[in-house]
Design a protein around this ligand. Sequence first.
Ligand code: SER
Length: 320
Amino acid sequence: MKNILVIGGTGQIGSELIMKLRSIYGNSNVVCGYIPSAAPTGELLESGPAEIVDITKPTLIDAVVRKYDVDTIYNLAAILSAVAEMKPQLAWAIGVDGLFNTLEVARERGCAVFTPSSIGSFGKSTPHIKTPQDTIQRPDTMYGVTKVSGELLSDYYAKRFGVDTRSVRFPGLISYTTPPGGGTTDYAVDIYYSAVKGEKFKCPLKPGTFMDMMYMPDALRAAVEIMEADPTRLKHRNSFNIASMSFDPEIIYNKLKEHVPGFEMEYDLDPLRQQIADSWPDSLDDTCAREEWDWKPEYDLEAMTKDMLLNLRKKLLVTA
Ligand code: SER
């Protein structure tokens, strides 16, 4: 990778991935692609190039790819699961039509493409415990439909046109820089904010709702390592299961209470999010990622909790 375009560059993943990519490949070689309603600010804006890239407009993608001689595209544009249920047409336009636009530009200009898939690509009929790499993918949500379609389309472009597409299925991602919006796993980010602010947390999911989660530094490393992996070792492309921890609301609450005594949580269930979470796996088997490109997570719940609390306390003090 020399010249990289990140589409959806100001979102939860993009805002941190760009800074990591700039530290590896050079500030001027990583373009932050954004939509006008989510323009970059601060370090993200000041440390390197930024361009308007609306994934629904192929000519905009193509113009930026040509201007910066881009060889790798990280396509992070997406509508997360709960919002996608309210705006299914928009979720398809961004998740599938937008990916098609990106793959067409990549085919014509010779770019590699990373497009994350998700635990949301699985559904009720998928084995829920240690979900295998290759298994039933019949999601019940529009988010999941866009993710499975994206996996298939990306593999098609690799086989049919030789486009170097690669991907991972992200668990719920936990981070302190940019909040997620409209996802089912967001509660596991929100709970840290409540703990640090000294507020009682209202949990939208019931006890026993297990889902895979991951701390952002591991997720960013996965996104870089899969694109740098030796292609001759890859038996899969779109998309690899990756995992680091699985917990339910009680487990994360009790972990937080070890660090924030007196922290309180009550249940205030969101039926939509509960229904979505119930259709997703409890835990993924990431053996193929470990074997084919040496994937290995570094953070468990304890290490993540210490780091989240440290950084959120700094952040909330600074912005208070
Ligand atoms: N974090 C996403 C969501 O909850 C899942 O990939 O929608």
